[in-house]
Every structure is written in structure tokens, then in C-alpha cells.
Design a protein around this ligand. Structure first.
Ligand SMILES: Nc1ncnc2c1ncn2[C@@H]1O[C@H](COP(=O)(O)OP(=O)(O)OP(=O)(O)O)[C@@H](O)[C@H]1O
Ligand SMILES: [Mg+2]
Length: 183
């Protein structure tokens, strides 16, 4: 996968399929300690132990009659390649949490890609789902919570062009700030 945004999209697609109505994306970059944490948490249907094993290791079962997904194993491979790992916690009926840790400055660490477009696209395409995006760096914090936005906009839908344009610019500006003014 070319960039981390695509991994995020892929994992959040799983949350959407799992009927989550709240997805939390937490990114924590620490240049000084040289690590990066990415967590995706949802309140979807969750997974039982067997599904967890299969999701992490698609070759866990010898069954070949059903196709196996590769989204989680691919992200895990990326994390491992960057001196980190991936952890998956899930409870049936409660939700799922996937957390990856990577060495931030690792030569193989994929770039973030277009995080602003990614978050905006997720909100635009899934107006019924609430997203909480929080992103920390050594320079500051960016936080966006669609539940708070909904409170402010009242009757206006979250996917209204003016709301989306505002969200896009809020994230772009915020990312610029927490990247120390450089993108
Ligand atoms: N957030 C989640 N909530 C509930 N189940 C999940 C979640 N993420 C993954 N799963 C389960 O793990 C399986 C494997 O996920 P993975 O993304 O690797 O493949 P997939 O979604 O089946 O296929 P693909 O992503 O390639 O279209 C899913 O089919 C689903 O059963
Ligand atoms: Mg998937």
C-alpha cells in the first residue's frame, strides 16, 4: 500500500461493513522518540476469537473456499517492516480496536498521503457515521469530532457542501500547524 491513508481507508471500510456508527482515528507522532501510533476504534459488531485469528493471519485456516481479506495482515506487515507491530482487540457486540506502532523515521515507513482528503471523503460518503479524528505531534494537536460539528450546524446535514468545505479547510490548516508549518 502506497500510503498510510490508504491503509486507514481500508481498515475503516471494515468498521463500516461491521455497522459501526462511531469510528475513532487516533494518530500520535513523536519525532523525538521516533515512533508513530495509529489506532482505529469502532463500535461495530466486533469479532469472535476465530475471526480475530483469521483477520490477523489469513492463512490460519486451510479453507480455500472463501476468499480471505488482506487488509489487516498488510498493515501488520507494514508496521513490522518499520520496527513496530499491530495489535487487534475486539469484542462481539461492542467493537474493535486496531493499533499499529511504527518507527516514524524508518526508511520504509509509508508517507501519510492525503489525510485531509481521506477524512473528508469518509465523512462525505458516510454521513450517518460519526468520526473522531485526533492527531498529535510534537507541535500540537488536531481534533475533529463530527458529533460536535453536528451540534453546531443543527438542521444542516454534515455532508452539506459548506460544512464539508469548512471541515476540509479545518483539517488542512490543522495538519499544517501540527506539521510545524510544513506539509
Ligand atoms: N472493524 C471490524 N469489525 C468487525 N469485523 C472486522 C473488522 N475488521 C475486520 N473484520 C473481520 O475480519 C475480516 C478480515 O478483514 P480484512 O479487511 O482483512 O478483509 P475483508 O474485509 O474480508 O476483505 P477486503 O478488505 O480485502 O475487502 C473481515 O471479513 C471481518 O470479518
Ligand atoms: Mg477489509
Amino acid at each position: 500500500m502506497q500510503d498510510l491513508s490508504l491503509h486507514l481507508l481500508d481498515l475503516i471500510q471494515n468498521s463500516i461493513v461491521a455497522k459501526a456508527n462511531l469510528v475513532k482515528i487516533t494518530i500520535h507522532e513523536d519525532e523525538k522518540k521516533d515512533w508513530l501510533h495509529i489506532a482505529i476504534e469502532d463500535n461495530g459488531k466486533g469479532m469472535d476469537q476465530e475471526t480475530i485469528k483469521k483477520a490477523i493471519d489469513p492463512f490460519y485456516t486451510t479453507r480455500t473456499t472463501r476468499r480471505v481479506g488482506l487488509g489487516i495482515p498488510l498493515f501488520k506487515a507494514t508496521a513490522r517492516r518499520c520496527k513496530g507491530d499491530l495489535k487487534l482487540e475486539s469484542t462481539v457486540g461492542k467493537g474493535t480496536r486496531i493499533e499499529a506502532r511504527l518507527q516514524l523515521g524508518h526508511i520504509d515507513r509509508p508517507p501519510f498521503g492525503k489525510l485531509d482528503d481521506t477524512i473528508v471523503t469518509l465523512i462525505l460518503c458516510n454521513p450517518e457515521i460519526d468520526f473522531v479524528y485526533s492527531h498529535n505531534t510534537n507541535y500540537g494537536e488536531l481534533k475533529l469530532d463530527t458529533r460536535e460539528i453536528r451540534n453546531v450546524i443543527g438542521e444542516l446535514p454534515i455532508d452539506h457542501i459548506e460544512v464539508i468545505t469548512w471541515i476540509q479547510s479545518y483539517i488542512s490548516k490543522g495538519l499544517n500547524e501540527i506539521n510545524g508549518g510544513v506539509q
